[in-house]
Write a protein that binds this ligand. Sequence first.
Ligand code: NAP
Length: 305
Amino acid sequence: MGQFSGKTVLITGASYGLGEGFAEGFAKEGADLVLTARSKDLLDGVADRMRALGSKVTVVTGDVAVEDDVKRVVSTGIAEHGKIDVLVNNAGVSDLRGLSAETFDTATWNWILSIDLTGAFMYLREVGHHMLTRGSGSIVNICSIMGSGASEMNIIAYAAAKGGLRNVTAQVGCEWADRGVRVNSVSPGFIMTEMVRPALEGLGMDKWIAGRTPMRRIGELHEIVGPVMFLASDAAGYITGHDLLVDGGTNASNGYYQIPPIHHEWNKGDAEKVGQGYPGIQPRPDWYQALAAGIPGLHYPMPEA
Ligand code: NAP
């Protein structure tokens, strides 16, 4: 018996990426699944793998930005499984061109908003109706660290959509709080999926991201799956309207971790300590001398002004 035995979980954007990871996480804990996205072949492949884990799976293709598709996916899921206990509102798109806001075109703005915000809202509303009628259910919206602050990635529409979804989570979480339906969100940092692969692998931005993340690395798929399952589960029974940042400390650091201080490298592991230098790094002599002498204000008094 798994933690989600007897439960039905609807996952949008389940054909690949994080959505596929959520499907596997819930299936391994005994859940039955309703999986949706646009790519039928890929969805069928995911469904076969989840059935092999013992899950009853229904595949319904649809576009999250098309209202009739949303209604059809939800009603088919309920007809096939009798109920939906958990919604993971995961489907999403982005735009990695790095366009500054003043050049961001309206067509791309509308496209991103229609999927990442309006699509997520329509799923929340349609599944919410059903859950409120039953008096129970749990919804987890997938937001992003870009929904709670600015980013040099420059994706104004994505920031608007994810920030909007984060506030929708708070609003609806409270509206439905005394009717048995919890609504929370998870805001991941960077995880290697098709959405971000061109930038992270293609341009080598994974190193830049790791350099400004306190944990000094991008996240792993399972590190997002676990928090989503926690919020979906009864273990989070008194949590609603909450956004859980899963970002290796990025938000907590408030921007202070952008450049790894060079003495972190010098003092790593078996490397020789500051004072003798570190052969892997060729610091400028003045850097080295300054560090050897200590940090002004900390190791010796600042000179009188
Ligand atoms: P991904 O690998 O690109 O997968 C996106 C999923 O959404 C696919 O299953 C795709 O399936 C589906 N999808 C896209 N447009 C759709 C539409 N119009 N209708 C229905 N389904 C659609 O992206 P991901 O990285 O897994 O992202 C999943 C969620 O996590 C997104 O909401 C994203 O914003 C968020 N997120 C990701 C990261 C990250 O670093 N990866 C970080 C923060 C937040 P089809 O193409 O088959 O329709």
